[in-house]
Every structure is written in C-alpha cells, then in structure tokens.
Write a protein that binds this ligand. Sequence first.
Ligand code: SF4
Length: 325
Amino acid sequence: MPRSPAPPPAPLVMAETGCRAGRSPASMLQTCPYLSSVRPGADPRLVYLTDTTGPETPTGPHPPAAAAFGIVGLDRTIVWQDDAEVLDLLRYAASGPRATDELVTRFGPGRVFAAVGREWLQDPARLCQDYRVVSGEIEVTAHCNWGCVSCPVATDPKPRRTMPMPLFEEIIGKLAAAGAQYVTFQFFNEPTLDRHFAARLEVLAARGMPLALYSNASALTADKIAALQRTGVLKHLIVNIPSAEKAEFNRLTGSRHFRHTMGNTEAALAAGLPVQVVVNGVGARLERNLEGVERHFTPLGAEVYPSLTCDRAGELGGETPRTST
Ligand code: SF4
C-alpha cells in the first residue's frame, strides 16, 4: 500500500548498476521473473500472503499524476514509471531471451539500458539467482508428545531427534546474513521438548533474530517462559488449543496434557508474552470449541483465532470441512 507523498516517476536513465558502472549489457537479455506490474489506483491490489503474517502489500510512494504503471521487484517497493513503452519492453522480453540489439532497435537504447541498470532486464544466464528470504522454519526437534486428529504425527510419529547446536548456529548465521526477518522452530514437532531450548534463544538473541514459537505449550515450563522474557526474542507464541474442555481436548490431541497446556499458556500471558491461541478444527465442532477457548483466553489478553484443518486426503480419517458442515 503506498504510504508517502508522490515524487516524480523514476527517470529513464541508466541507474544503480550495470551500464552506469561501465559494463556493457549482455548480448541477450530477458526480463527478471520476479517483477510484478501495478497500475495507479487499480484493483485488485498486489497482495502477498504468508503463513505467519497477515496479508502484505508493496510499499512505496503514492503514484505521481504522470505515472503510467509501477514495477515491484523482490524488495516489494513500487517504482512508478511514466513511459508505458517500458512495460511493453518488459513484457516483450519476459517469455524468453531477446537479442539486445533487437530490443534497442525496437524500444530505443534509453529504455533498454535503463531497464538493465535497474536489473529489470538481465543476462539470461543469471536469471532466477536472486532471492528474498523472509523466514526460516527450523526443525530443532523431530518429535511431538501429542497426536492431534488433524496432524500426520497422529498416524506417523517421528523419532526423537534433536538438532546439534553447531548446526543450529550455522543455520541462524546464514539466515541472518540472508536478511531473514524471523525464524520458527516448528515442523510437525514440539519445540519446547528441546533440551537446548534456552541455548537456542541465546543464539537468536545474539543475532537479533526474532522467533515465532508454535507450540502445544505442554512443556513450556516457568524456566522456558523466563528465558523467553530474558532474551526478548519472542515475536509471537502461538499455542495449539483445540478445546477449552478437558475431555474434548484429550480426544482431539491424543494427550493428557490439558492442565499443563492451559496452565502454561496462562503463565505466559501473565508474564506479558504476546500469545496467540489457535483453535484447530472444522464445522460446528470448531465453532463450539472456538467459543469456549475465546471465553477462557480472550479476557486474559490472548488473541484467539480458528484454523481450518483437513484429514490429509483421508489418511487421518478425521473430520473434513465438507462432511462436518
Ligand atoms: S501438537 Fe502440533 S505437531 Fe504435535 S500432533 Fe498436534 S498438530 Fe501435530
């Protein structure tokens, strides 16, 4: 979503890299595959959807009056342009490599070299080598102590395995260098069973790397809550509580941890940690359970929301949205 006042459209001069630095453009060129075009005031807007954050839109200034279109790259910033032929150029070179001479003849050297300078047109040999890392999902432990009806772990439990600290440190270093904004520890496992839990938080703190902690909270003991407080790395604690009613909880999670999970989540809230409670399920049962969990946790300061589950193509033999609504 544009946020700041409108500057004039970006001028069509060779910019930033490539040509300005004195390098000749490659003999063949192709449009960078990560570009999106937007029109001033057009709907639908460009929206990015991710697992762990809500919908996001590109940033950048309001479109100037002369803007014909905008280009958004991996940095998700809109660059407005007033020359519609630049968009024709980018579309023309999008489906495959084009001879640079041909592009220059068709669209003019100014447009072509400016697009090369912005890396909107690239040497086909280096296409798809850029990347944008937002987060890293790290399987610090393999196993889980529950068997939720909607989870593959219920029928195919994973072995007890723990990632060694040197490997973890290496991963965090690489993610930090790549610009990752946060990490998670979850991958069909329970990260609070990790014997290195506190040490991993220290590594994250040293790197300034936030943690979105997905957990069933059954082993979120007071010392782990204190470590989360002390290190300050917690972005969100997202707790899986499918029901606030003990028998239903036990049935849906295949566990006997109702008291632990409820108590530990309450303790995390009391400690001032940012807690979200997710209620997994489908249909009328989900509605009923959501109501109960909201009634219990919303007054304590938790954000409560539902999450629709599936039966993994029948593998779990559980409820599906189609059969239960
Ligand atoms: S707590 Fe999470 S990982 Fe464990 S069984 Fe339930 S959904 Fe799967």
